[in-house]
Design a protein around this ligand. Structure first.
Ligand SMILES: [Zn+2]
Length: 301
């Protein structure tokens, strides 16, 4: 008898337990971890509120040579999916990803045809900044839709609608800047910047790119780099030079002073700003950067 009661009690307990799990609240949103703010915003814009997006680096942070902290690792724990750029950008990320355990990951740059930072053919040093391109960003967006679909297949139509809207806004921003480029005399179609991040964007706009240094790292604005840029500006009669939000503008301003050309202002490339800045989202980053470039060229008219 005692044994019967015991087994009845066990059956009752099992029943209660399964009942509780049936009534448990719906699982919280899938967690998507992204290496830096620009790509995180791309994912958020496609995903809407269907997933939780966590960026490892924060707005304004330098993303090349980043050193992840223990708290970065904690905030990334429990990820269901990871998106990262690839093309050698996140050298710091491989070890970090391993520490997250067995999480699926998507390399956003996988489908793109890389350009070389120095213009080498075949490509020797791939330029990682392909999110700044009209055509390559469309590939990133398709990769994001594909990744998100593995987490939330029911939301496919939302992801595709958001993706199409993003591509449209990117194309409109590029069309305006392209018109500004085409209004320049062909010999003046140059984009001069601090970091050599603009190979893809300059190609899309039909202009040449020249920079003070190839990738943000230890050597930023050495006397030799400044001298080489001054020579290039004079040789090609380049009318304006820009700098970027995550680096010192001083070397670019020095070149403007010494050559008498204009300093065109700050472009947003590697990081978003906080909500009160000029580039709190990816689309803002693209629109602000292209607007500043076009304004710098138009001031030459
Ligand atoms: Zn960069």
């Amino acid at each position: 008898m005692a044994a019967l009661i015991k087994s009845l009690l066990i059956a009752l307990l099992i029943g209660l337990t399964s009942c509780q799990s049936d009534q448990a609240p719906e699982k919280t949103r899938p967690k998507v971890v992204v290496t830096f703010t620009v790509l995180a915003s791309m994912v958020e814009t496609v995903a809407g509120d269907h997933v939780e997006v966590v960026s490892i680096t924060k707005p304004g942070a330098a993303i090349h040579d980043y050193q992840p902290t223990p708290s970065d690792l904690r905030s990334a724990q429990g990820a269901d999916l990871v998106f990262y750029n690839g093309l050698g950008l996140e050298a710091w990320f491989d070890k970090f990803l391993k520490q997250l355990g067995d999480v699926p990951s998507v390399t956003l740059s996988d489908p793109i045809e890389a350009m070389d930072i120095f213009g080498n053919q075949p490509v020797e040093y791939p330029n990682p900044h392909a999110w700044l391109s009209e055509t390559e960003s469309a590939q990133y967006i398709d990769q994001i839709v594909g990744g998100l679909m593995t987490l939330k297949p029911d939301a496919q139509s939302t992801f595709e609608r958001n993706a199409a809207q993003m591509k449209l806004e990117i194309s409109q921003a590029f069309a305006t800047a392209r018109a500004a480029a085409e209004a320049l005399a062909p010999s003046q179609r140059w984009l001069a910047t601090s970091e050599g991040a603009f190979s893809y964007l300059a190609r899309d706009l039909g202009v040449n790119a020249v920079s003070l240094w190839p990738i943000n790292a230890d050597q930023q604005g050495t006397p030799r780099q400044v001298k080489a840029m001054i020579d290039t500006v004079r040789e090609h009669n380049i009318p304006v030079i820009f700098s970027e939000s995550t680096v010192s503008a001083e070397p670019a301003e020095q070149i403007a002073r010494e050559t008498g050309i204009r300093y065109g202002g700050v472009l947003y490339v590697d990081s978003l700003t906080t909500a009160d800045g000029e580039a709190p989202t990816y689309l803002d980053l693209i629109k602000t950067t292209l607007t500043v470039i076009a304004a710098g060229w138009q001031a030459n008219d």
